[in-house]
Design a protein around this ligand. Structure first.
Ligand code: MG
Length: 212
């Protein structure tokens, strides 16, 4: 079943995964070619984090994810945990948080440990879901001082779960703290069998024209 909020990639988007191969991805550890298994147009987390070869500054990311159901005795952070790291530094949490009444900073749709989702937009486990993330890179002055923090707006299954949320710094497990540099999309292998498909990034300019 296709995700209901799915839009085709806009012109200029970089398709990072179309279901056929991982040519756009490398392993976090060692930098070799990514080798997550692909089946039915989806990749499954296995053997460590992977990251895109392309690096991005300001962008719109679309990604679809699937959290398999877990046995009832598996709780909280053990339920289909993964994550989508923006610039390899800021994690949008992936977790089976279906039915969680008041989701917190560790739940699905959170900017991990910084900002809980505004609403619980999760579908049941064993269903495809989507994230659309609009990321605004932090701004620096000529002297290299940060003058504006990174910001992210996140739609989960078409619902806003992060509204232009400030990111005060990197989240746990970040690749680096090189905030002024472009960074990749990083997908977390947290030891669960989470799947991803239809991954694209549309780079955005830092600003529009300054004329009227
Ligand atoms: Mg995670």
């Amino acid at each position: 079943m296709m995700a209901d909020s799915f839009l085709p990639p806009p012109e200029g988007a970089v398709t990072l995964f179309d279901g056929t191969n991982l040519d756009h991805w490398v392993q976090r550890r060692g930098g070799g070619a990514a080798a997550w298994p692909i089946e039915g147009g989806a990749m499954t987390t296995r053997g460590g984090d992977i990251l895109s070869r392309d690096k991005f500054e300001n962008f719109h990311l679309h990604i679809e994810f699937y959290c398999p159901d877990s046995p009832p005795e598996v709780k909280g952070q053990g339920r289909s945990n993964s994550g989508v790291f923006l610039q390899g530094r800021y994690e949008v949490q992936v977790l089976d948080s279906w039915g969680v009444e008041n989701p917190g900073r560790g739940d699905c749709g959170a900017l991990y440990n910084q900002a809980a989702p505004l609403v619980n937009a999760c579908k049941r486990p064993d269903e495809w879901q989507s994230y659309d993330v609009i990321f605004r890179a932090p701004r620096f002055d000529a002297g290299g001082n940060k003058v504006e923090s990174a910001r992210a707006t996140v739609l989960q299954n078409g619902r806003v779960v992060q509204n232009n949320q400030e990111l005060r710094g990197q989240t746990g497990g970040a690749m680096d703290e090189d905030y002024a540099a472009p960074g990749p999309i990083l997908l977390q292998d947290h030891g669960n069998q989470v799947r991803f498909r239809n991954v694209w990034v549309a780079p955005l300019p830092a600003a529009g024209a300054d004329h009227y």
